[in-house]
Design a protein around this ligand. Structure first.
Ligand SMILES: Cc1cc2nc3c(=O)[nH]c(=O)nc-3n(C[C@H](O)[C@H](O)[C@H](O)COP(=O)(O)OP(=O)(O)OC[C@H]3O[C@@H](n4cnc5c(N)ncnc54)[C@H](O)[C@@H]3O)c2cc1C
Length: 470
């Protein structure tokens, strides 16, 4: 792990706060304890002692971000970018204190270009707002990190977020054409171009995508849009074993069908959703596949028929297809309630994120349940099975030392299992400060060293999101 000398960061003084206040104005800076407390953690739910930022700044434009970074770099102050703080990897955790740049006011959709099928946005734009805005003119921005109401474009780019529709449409990386990025010393650069194709120079755009705010701060993005599908439908297929569900997915894919979503939800997750947010899901089957199909009406009808046939062949006990918009919404509401429902079971819920080749999903799922049993953990398994990406949700009380230790051991075994199946540590949630120690499991020493050299070129004083990723 790339570590920092604790003394390499200077002490914060009132002069720094006044300089930052001059840049963003007194209404856009937070220094009181109640205020900074809210920025001392994110959705990873791990309580770290004394990891408060010194100050939170809420800039209005790129120039202000640049001025903030010039001060931070000169004075060696850590800087952490923050969107909605909904990531699961501790990516916004101010491990070394410092300045949080919160993008809640850089949240404008600057342009939607109906001819080029592109849009230009600020990083604080909420993903769901962008989806709604482009849908109004028949366009589609597919990445959907499952919490559309809050997660931001900046967070999605920094993590290369995915979500259920990645199976057909890919993840954030497939939609980013150009970025405006402020480097650690305050320099403003552009990484790509406004064109859909571009092989001019190194692909800095894709280097920044997924870099978790450790190489630069994104202040504007040009994104690719696609025509919206004419219609969609969604169905639930229930199976008595996870293996049958996995085999049905292979059956669907081998028959050259490409649903927009193929998600797996296990029995414990369904039971928990139904307990807290009843939606009429069946609770006694081991696995349910949520399958969404899209296209023109004729194609959706045909796909639906074929998928019902394939799921039945692979042993589906029951298949429920939505009959109208209300039923579609009901199924999606149930799916999106999963995390909230799990969070009701214990003071903490930790969502993990491992990915394996799709053919290894059944082994991975069985392995996860075996590990949970060994360490006596309440675990709910769900995920984007079409991508081989599984999210076990662990409900536990981290104040209980035994549970915490058991979870740490289970987590280490989970990552080893994913690696042994030819998979890796994260499909879409990123590394943050939660998984940095485990990178050597899947990345060799030489490659890791190369990554550290890249970090040094972009951020020689190591101020950008320290202790994350590497
Ligand atoms: C219920 C629930 C379900 C979820 N489901 C999914 C899912 O299906 N798929 C998925 O991929 N994720 C999922 N997530 C995780 C999370 O929602 C996504 O990672 C999301 O994209 C994070 O966006 P955010 O605005 O909250 O980012 P934040 O959490 O604020 O930030 C994430 C990272 O990006 C960095 N960052 C933020 N803004 C910038 C910027 N402007 N420049 C540089 N770096 C920046 C931060 O420093 C941090 O490292 C889920 C989360 C929840 C709570």
């Amino acid at each position: 792990m790339l570590t920092t000398d604790k003394n390499s960061f200077i002490h914060f003084d009132d002069g720094i706060v006044s300089a930052l206040t001059k840049i963003v104005g007194k209404n856009n800076i937070i220094t009181d304890l109640e205020g900074i407390y809210a920025y001392s953690f994110d959705c990873a739910h791990i309580p770290f002692d004394k990891n408060y930022p010194k100050v939170v700044v809420i800039p209005q434009n790129t120039q202000q971000v640049s001025e903030i970074l010039k001060i931070a770099n000169k004075r060696r102050i850590p800087v952490i970018a923050r969107g909605a703080g909904s990531n699961h990897a501790g990516g916004c955790n101010p491990v070394k204190g410092g300045i949080i740049i919160h993008f809640s006011q850089m949240n404008k959709i600057l342009e939607i270009n109906n001819q080029d099928l592109t849009c230009k946005v600020q990083p604080g734009v909420v993903v769901g707002d962008l989806q709604r805005a482009v849908k109004g003119i028949g366009l589609f921005f597919p990445p959907d990190p499952s919490n559309l109401a809050v997660s931001t474009i900046g967070g999605g780019i920094a993590l290369c977020s995915g979500g259920p529709r990645a199976f057909k449409y890919g993840t954030f990386k497939d939609y980013v054409l150009d970025l405006e990025v402020v480097l650690a010393d305050g320099t403003i650069i552009r990484t790509g171009s406004q064109t859909v194709k571009n092989v001019t120079g190194y692909n800095l755009t894709q280097l920044i995508v997924g870099s978790e705010g450790t190489l630069g701060i994104v202040t504007e993005a040009t994104l690719r849009l696609i025509p919206a599908p004419e219609t969609t439908n969604v169905m639930l297929a229930y199976f008595n074993t996870v293996e049958n569900a996995v085999n049905a997915v292979s059956g669907i894919i081998n028959n050259h069908l490409t649903p927009s979503v193929i998600d797996l939800i296990d029995k414990k997750t369904v039971q928990t959703i139904e307990h807290f947010y009843p939606n009429g899901l069946l609770c006694d089957k081991e696995a349910v596949l949520l399958i969404e199909i899209d296209g023109d009406s004729a194609s959706v009808e045909l796909q639906e028929k074929k998928i019902i046939q394939i799921c039945t062949e692979y042993g589906a006990e029951k298949i429920d297809c939505a009959q109208d918009e209300l039923q579609k919404q009901k199924i999606w509401t149930a799916r999106r309630s999963a995390f909230g429902a799990c969070a009701q079971l214990a003071p903490n819920v930790i969502t993990e994120d491992v990915v394996v080749p799709r053919s290894k999903i059944a082994e991975l799922t069985k392995g996860i349940l075996d590990i949970s049993k060994k360490y006596n953990l309440i675990t709910m398994v769900m995920g984007h099975i079409g991508d081989g990406n599984i999210h076990p949700n662990f409900a536990l009380d981290l104040r209980d030392k035994k549970q915490k230790n058991n979870f740490e051991k289970a987590k280490a075994e989970l990552f080893k299992l994913a690696a042994s199946l030819g998979g890796t540590l994260s499909g879409e949630h990123g590394i943050g400060c939660q998984k940095a120690n485990f990178l050597p499991l899947v990345i060799d020493k030489t490659t890791l060293n190369l990554m550290i050299q890249i970090k040094k070129v972009f951020d020689p004083n190591y101020i950008l999101n320290p202790e994350k990723m590497l």
